[in-house]
Design a protein around this ligand. Structure first.
Ligand SMILES: C[C@@](CO)(OP(=O)(O)O)[C@H](O)COP(=O)(O)OP(=O)(O)OC[C@H]1O[C@@H](n2ccc(N)nc2=O)[C@H](O)[C@@H]1O
Ligand SMILES: Nc1ncnc2c1ncn2[C@@H]1O[C@H](COP(=O)(O)OP(=O)(O)O)[C@@H](O)[C@H]1O
Length: 265
């Protein structure tokens, strides 16, 4: 079985509290985007996994392997070979690894007739990472809690052009959370996105930007370059380092291409 695992962007991200277990409560809008990894799973004589197009360990730490072993613990799954072709940049705030994990759960459920429903799959996904459950639903949602409680959202950007630029900076999510400031009393993102998109820049913010822009001025310059290129809204996604921009029309890419790898999403 071959499937494509898409990325996500966060449209607004408010860090609203810190919990006793060290995780943070947040509010965010998760929006699926058309940047993909490819995952192939097939029965094999032994379990193995191979990653193409990216250089990181493929051992038990890979989220695809973790997803397989999580289900293999509870179900009589055959041994499989997993091939992963990375297209989603890593350490970018685009949730690539989380999407891979959840797509492995979805694929195993389908391929081996496990009959798990969405709720059950989301519960398994939550054991793999806070970003994972979103990719089970994989449609625009307003997320709260640690990012695993969802309400559906009517947001459709399909008449816009969406560009994402990944600068050559790798940000660890855990590190980004360590220095983020908690802010309460922010605008309700669900209301803010009802405003015309041109006004989002005054109301829709990502709380990770402040600290990470200080540490990596290149990311702030990248966001400015999006506006210079005509974006109606631009922001860093999640804990970075990728920045996305929403455009009415496809801009000249020359300046953006100087600052990183450009993805049309
Ligand atoms: C910031 C966000 C926004 O969507 O995305 P990315 O930028 O990573 O894509 C997510 O909250 C990232 O979720 P995810 O990357 O799955 O996090 P996990 O693997 O569960 O946790 C990695 C580390 O991040 C911190 N963490 C994560 C989620 C959360 N709500 N509070 C936290 O404090 C914890 O220190 C944890 O040890
Ligand atoms: N299948 C995978 N794809 C990408 N990263 C993975 C995967 N499995 C484990 N990881 C680990 O997760 C880290 C962050 O992954 P990524 O999906 O890029 O997160 P983020 O959304 O925070 O940028 C990587 O640096 C890597 O060590």
């Amino acid at each position: 079985m071959l499937e494509f695992a898409n990325a996500k962007i966060n449209i607004g991200l408010h860090i609203v509290g810190k919990r006793a277990d060290g995780y943070h409560d947040l509010e965010s809008i998760f929006y699926p985007v058309k940047v993909y990894d490819a995952i192939e799973i097939f029965p094999s004589e032994e379990y193995s996994m191979q990653v193409y197009n990216f250089d990181f360990p493929v051992g038990e730490d890979n989220l695809c392997s973790k997803a397989y072993h999580l289900l293999a613990h509870d179900f009589d799954l055959p041994l499989v070979k997993i091939n992963l072709l990375k297209g989603i940049p890593v350490g970018a705030g685009l949730g690539g690894g989380s999407s891979d994990a959840s797509h492995v759960l979805l694929m195993l459920n389908k391929q081996f007739n496990l009959h798990l429903n969405t709720q059950q799959l989301e519960t398994y996904a939550a054991q793999l990472g806070a970003d994972c459950p979103f990719f089970i639903r994989n449609k625009p949602v307003y997320a709260t809690g640690i990012g695993t409680t969802f309400s559906d959202l009517d947001l459709d950007l399909s008449d816009k052009r969406l560009l994402i630029v990944k600068p050559p900076i790798h940000i660890s999510t855990a590190e980004a959370y360590k220095s983020v400031a908690i802010r309460t009393g922010q605008v309700d993102l669900r209301q803010a996105i009802q405003l015309p998109i041109q006004e989002w820049k005054f109301h829709v913010r990502n709380d990770f930007e402040e600290g990470l822009f200080r540490a990596y001025p290149e990311i702030e310059r990248l966001k400015a370059a999006f506006y210079d290129s005509g974006a109606v809204y631009a922001a860093m996604s999640g804990s970075g380092s990728a920045v996305f921009g929403i455009f009415d029309e496809l801009p000249d890419l020359k300046e953006l291409q100087k600052l990183g790898h450009v993805f049309s999403a």
